[in-house]
Write a protein that binds this ligand. Structure first.
Ligand code: AMP
Length: 433
């Protein structure tokens, strides 16, 4: 037999883990709805050009990490699994003429992303992001709204000590000159640079600031800062984003080295880190403004800003902080009985409960009644419904496994009885006997 395994860098989410996921997904959906961001879903794969153009050809994401789907024939288009959500969402915005809607169009999505990265703790080849995008608003107020939204997600999830790092990376007016100044800072040291960084110096100097190589730290520390080279409008925008955040009471620290890996960012760039856990693999989320992206993907010039939070890393951080995971939802009722042949009766009773909206499981095996009751208690079911001789008269025994009481109940009243007993239990009143 082959030893079949999940691909490296991917994980199965087992039923013991999914309640914590469901909790985060619900938080994300609630938060997006509260802020007026409407759900969108895009395909898990797109034409590779969406990412090559939208993310940028000279980025790790496209150069090294894109999961390309091998074409079946020579004529087939070239596809890739989505490494991030923004390019696909912007493609959809253009394709469906969303520029004719009232702007900005505020969108939210939670789903898996794929990067062919070297797997390690907190870095997977399939990982989940909660993403929001506001397309069609030049800011600066919406920048602050989105940064605050991300901040609130952490607060709602119960994660402490999350810090916001903020920067502006300028725009087409001021960035080219800054990049020249930056390249001039590194060029005299080109020969000593690690090969990867030397190549960056030639192709994407801004990304030198993003370097993970410790040998780059001294040169990076003395590098010219983009925030000292912003043009007037970018400076004004950046100051206004900070003023809005201050008005919202959201604290942040200015990080001139924060450039993020994607080519399409302009102006506002931000990331969320746990206090003291800075570094490329540690970001819990981040985002930025992408005023050139819609045009780059074939639409009319339209500003935009977005945010992506890494749910896998957030869950790891919650675990590390000892935030209790969400409890597995308990079954309300287990339908049991001594007669091994009466599975249809037990199933019918369970169906009656389920159609009344009560979570129920029927015992369909051949175990002794005592064992059935034992496992119902282990599952933390609130009630055992015992299908026995009384069934012929339209009745069943209902045992309250928490209160220990047992009562004969007409099947016609069963759902109502259970609902009432649960409600009085919740309100702390004595359980009806
Ligand atoms: P990025 O677009 O790279 O800034 O990603 C946004 C967020 O997604 C990051 O801050 C991480 O929390 C998360 N993330 C990115 N790549 C991975 C990965 N390979 N595995 C797990 N989480 C990731």
């Amino acid at each position: 037999m082959p030893n079949l395994q999940a691909p490296r860098g991917t994980r199965d989410l087992l039923p013991s883990q999914t309640p914590a996921w469901t909790r985060l997904e619900r938080l994300a959906a609630d938060l997006a709805a509260r802020y007026g961001y409407r759900r969108i879903e895009t395909p898990l794969f797109e034409q590779a050009a969406v990412f090559e153009r939208g993310v940028g050809a000279v980025t790790d994401i496209v150069e090294k990490e894109l999961f390309r789907i091998a074409p079946r024939t020579e004529e087939s288009e070239s596809w890739a699994l989505r490494p991030e959500p923004t390019a696909g969402i912007v493609r959809a915005y253009i394709q469906h003429g969303m520029q004719t809607l009232p702007q900005p169009v505020k969108l939210a999505m939670t789903g898996p992303m794929f990067r062919h990265d070297r797997p390690q703790a907190g870095r997977y080849r399939q990982f989940w992001q909660f993403d929001v995008e506001a397309i069609g608003d030049p800011g600066p107020a919406v920048d602050a709204e989105i940064i605050e939204l991300g901040h609130r997600f952490f607060a709602d999830a119960g994660l402490a000590d999350v810090r916001i790092h903020l920067n502006s990376i300028g725009d087409a007016a001021c960035r080219p000159a800054y990049i020249e100044t930056l390249a001039a800072h590194y060029r005299p040291h080109a020969a000593e640079l690690p090969a990867v960084e030397r190549e960056r110096l030639e192709r994407a100097p801004l990304r030198l600031l993003d370097s993970k190589d410790p040998s780059m730290a001294p040169l990076n520390a003395t590098a010219p800062r983009i925030t000292d080279h912003l043009c007037g409008p970018c400076r004004e925008h950046f100051d206004a984003v900070q003023a809005h955040l201050a008005a919202l009471g959201v604290e942040f620290s200015l990080e001139p080295g924060l450039v993020r890996g994607l080519d399409y960012y302009t102006r506002t760039a931000f990331e969320y880190y746990l206090e003291g856990r800075q570094g490329q693999q540690q970001a819990l989320g981040g985002g930025g403004r992408y005023d050139g992206l819609v045009e780059l993907l074939g639409g009319k010039p339209t500003p935009g800003i977005g945010l992506g939070l890494g749910l896998d890393r957030i869950l790891l951080a919650l675990e590390a902080q000892g935030v209790p995971p969400a409890a597995d939802p308990a079954l309300t009722a287990v339908v049991v009985g001594a007669d091994p042949a009466a599975t249809a009766d037990r199933l019918r009773v369970a169906t009656i409960l389920r159609s009344a909206g009560i979570p129920a499981r029927a015992e369909l095996g051949q175990r002794k009644l005592g064992k059935q009751l034992e496992s119902a208690a282990k599952e933390r079911a609130h009630f055992a419904v015992i299908v026995g001789d009384e069934f012929a008269d339209g009745q069943v025994q209902v045992k309250d496994l928490e209160a220990g009481a047992q009562k004969l109940v007409a099947i016609a009243d069963l759902a109502r009885h259970i609902e009432r007993a649960q409600a009085s239990h919740r309100h702390g009143a004595p359980v009806e006997r």
